[in-house]
Design a protein around this ligand. Structure first.
Ligand code: HEC
Length: 85
């Protein structure tokens, strides 16, 4: 038989875990800060909009291939930065 003390203990444990969950859910509903609003907007120095022969690409790697036509060293260069770890 489940005793009264056990029921009380289970209730205490449930409340113990429920309180932070409720608190967390409330803080998450607040609007998030937008990190991009702090990033300085630098206009691109080179307009690439008319540099591409193709207007549509079948997938992501096809776009990369198009970039590498004019930037042949970029594949090796990016691998020497912290973006490639
Ligand atoms: C038709 C040739 C050509 C293609 C295709 C091309 N670029 Fe460029 N790109 C250039 C030229 C020319 C420059 C300016 C010279 C320089 O900075 O080295 C440049 C400069 C850049 C720069 C330096 C920043 C700037 O705005 O000047 C970045 C980043 C760049 N290109 C990324 C890309 C990416 C990503 C792609 C593929 C989506 C791409 N390029 C495709 C010719 C091209």
């Amino acid at each position: 038989m489940i005793g009264r003390k056990t029921i009380i203990m289970v209730a205490v444990i449930i409340i113990f875990f429920a309180v932070p969950v409720v608190f967390w859910a409330q803080t998450r509903s607040e609007p998030r800060d937008d990190p991009w609003s702090k990033v300085e907007k630098k206009p691109s120095k080179t307009n690439h909009s008319n540099l591409f022969e193709a207007t549509e690409f079948k997938d992501g790697p096809a776009v990369t291939k198009a970039c590498l036509k004019c930037h042949p060293g970029s594949a090796k260069e990016i691998m020497q930065t912290s973006h490639w770890t």
